[in-house]
Design a binder for this molecule. Structure first.
Ligand SMILES: *[C@@H]1O[C@H](CO)[C@@H](O)[C@H](O)[C@H]1NC(C)=O
Ligand SMILES: *[C@@H]1O[C@H](CO)[C@@H](O)[C@H](O)[C@H]1NC(C)=O
Ligand SMILES: *[C@@H]1O[C@H](CO)[C@@H](O)[C@H](O)[C@H]1NC(C)=O
Length: 248
């Protein structure tokens, strides 16, 4: 085979994957869910009844934002077609325990109905971060914070003793739009992040766009999550997740 033929073959190989994906009519699970859960890992059902046909060149996506404050967790989830992006799984822990925990998960794939994750069992295990076993800070003046998470506005925000290593009371709102979601989350609680930084500067979650607003705070500079499998500051349960995703 001459050099020219090899080049031609390479060219076809490079073109092959996107070309095939655009020829078949990609179909994806479709659904949107916004809820406040006490125990999302065992209760949340991420199966959807609907499906949609995508335009050529699309991917299936499933994307999720979870925010835990006190005993409750907000879960915002969307599945469907998406026209831009690359095939990738992204998991970001925006704000770590102790205190308010914010994580997001995005998976883009290019086989029909591949956005088929059914629950949050491997994605949400805050108990394994041993937050509950962290003692409150008794070394100085104890810190108490109003604590709540709600879709819209918190009706009540009981003042709770903060765990050790939290540094401030957070009060803010996340405005989430895109992927069929248009919601506002109000969040209050003890946190180990500084300022209005619950999202840690990562405001794009698949098709969702998040705007973080705190009273009397300036906004941090946005940074976009890089494409490709991205794993930010690691703890044990997320290593478990990484293994799980690699084994799939
Ligand atoms: C989740 O919901 C679907 C229907 O929406 C149902 O068929 C399925 O059994 C549910 N799964 C669980 C574990 O409850
Ligand atoms: C809280 O953290 C400080 C400094 O790390 C430590 O000295 C103290 O013992 C901790 N308090 C509790 C109750 O664990
Ligand atoms: C404990 O609380 C005091 C006063 O609020 C604070 O200065 C100190 O940094 C806290 N220590 C830890 C480990 O959180």
């Amino acid at each position: 085979m001459g050099t020219r033929a090899v080049q031609c073959l390479l060219f076809l190989l490079l073109l092959g994957a996107p070309f095939l994906a655009s020829v078949q009519n990609l179909k994806c699970h479709k659904g949107v869910s916004t809820s406040i859960e006490k125990d999302p890992s065992s209760v949340f059902n991420w199966t959807t009844e609907e499906a949609e046909s995508c335009e050529s060149g699309s991917f299936c996506q499933e994307s999720l934002l979870m925010v835990k404050a006190g005993t409750k967790t907000a879960v915002l989830a969307t599945k469907g077609c998406t026209s831009d992006g690359t095939q990738a799984v992204t998991y970001v822990q925006h704000s770590p325990p102790p205190g308010i925990i914010t994580v997001s998960y995005t998976s883009y794939c290019d086989d029909s109905f591949c956005n088929n994750r059914k629950d949050l069992q491997e994605l949400w295990r805050p108990e394994e971060t041993q937050e509950a076993s962290r003692a409150p800070n008794t070394s100085g003046v104890p810190l108490y914070c109003p604590t709540c998470v709600a879709l819209g506005t918190c009706l009540t925000a009981p003042s709770l003793l903060c765990p050790n290593d939290t540094i401030q009371c957070y009060e803010g709102k996340l405005q989430i739009s895109g992927g069929g979601i248009d919601s506002v989350l109000e969040i209050k609680g003890c946190t180990s992040v500084t300022g209005c930084g619950l999202m840690a500067g990562f405001f794009t979650i698949g098709p969702m766009w998040v705007k973080e607003v705190c009273p009397h705070q300036s906004l941090p500079q946005p940074r976009k999550v890089e494409n490709g499998a991205t794993w930010l500051p690691v703890s044990v349960w997320r290593l478990g997740l990484l293994l799980l995703l690699l084994l799939q």
